[in-house]
Design a protein around this ligand. Sequence first.
Ligand code: UD1
Ligand code: UDP
Length: 377
Amino acid sequence: MKKISFVFGTRPEAIKLAPVIIEMKKHPEFEVNVCVTAQHREMLDQVLEVFNIKPDFDLNLMTPDQTLANLTAEAIVKLDNYFKTYKPDLVFVQGDTTSVLAASIAAFYNNIRIAHVEAGLRTFNKSAPFPEEINRVLTSHIADLHFAPTETAKNNLIKEGITEEKIFVTGNTVIDALFHVKDIVSKNPPEVMGVNKEILDTNKPIVLITGHRRENFGKGFENICAAIAELADEFKDHYYIYPVHLNPNVRKPVNEILGNKKNILLIEPLSYLPFVYLMTKAKIILTDSGGIQEEAPSLGKPVLVMRDVTERPEAVETGCVKLVGTDKIKIIDAVKILLTSDEHYKIMQMIINPYGDGKASNRIIKIIQKVFEIIRL
Ligand code: UD1
Ligand code: UDP
């Protein structure tokens, strides 16, 4: 039996690896072991609960307002220990967080092969997203198998000299997670903590907002909040619902600038089911999140991305995602057009699935089976 580790630490990694873990557990030739760094605590636990995943190892690393250096150093040391104890044949990592880079380095030091899910995303700008662009470049050069969500991602890897035979285009596993949850919430609408059912069921438009990128801390977030405050004053019959990320660098400006407006609902981070339900109820989504850029096109929701660059160009090219940066006026203008012009709204409102068909996990498992069979990894 092959021993397969899954190492992850944050909300999006958990959402995107959950379908792969669930799929792999169906195959008796694999012994699945889950190790969480708990780079996130509450936001990770929310996802583990939804997908009923019980970690075998929990490194419990999160500290309030943690620094990149501290988290990375602690994670490498503890993961080194984990790999020496469990000795997997292969380790799965996903995405571009500190947990991914630390797990890749620790696995490499222990001569353990690495499979990287969501490989090949690039902005080619090392400051945006910071530090994720460098985390993923380094991970690509340490990893042994690369599961690219799209052809664009695959080509990025090839240009960086990654061997083509080790790259597999599978779609993004987030769509597997989304499709699974979308069916559940359409049959059984969940409670959205902090939002009355009447608000969700009225015809008043909902603008859904999330944000957490490090490169937006400070001025960027102040501009974003100032834009939302002005929009809330102008469109008083609209609701602005903002599940606020637990990072204190986000919470401080958001609470200070947006804390006392009647039609702005600042709520706690939502569990995945209510969040997906809220996405289905939103008219537009204003975000700097990576995962939401991938999910919203499959739900037919226009997304305005509060960043200057994106590693996910596919949906921008089709027109349902638009980059608006963090300039106050630009954000206000872009939201206003969508809220007031049906013509503009319809152009952006299309259901497309550039990031996958919901079968990425299945493809990944089949490839892993072949790899063990043929290459004798
Ligand atoms: C991290 C990832 C980012 C990813 C994001 C997803 C890095 C460098 N950043 O950013 O790539 O897009 O997660 O959300 O890996 N906190 C809590 N409880 C939680 C989670 C966070 O209190 O459940 C607070 C803590 O004070 C923590 C801080 O947020 O120290 C920052 O968390 P961290 O994981 O370092 O950074 P994120 O901004 O969440
Ligand atoms: N999400 C969630 N609850 C929330 C906000 C987001 O479950 O309150 C989900 C969202 O659907 C997506 C993922 O979390 O799948 C995105 O996480 P985040 O924005 O924190 O990270 P990123 O994708 O930018 O790395």
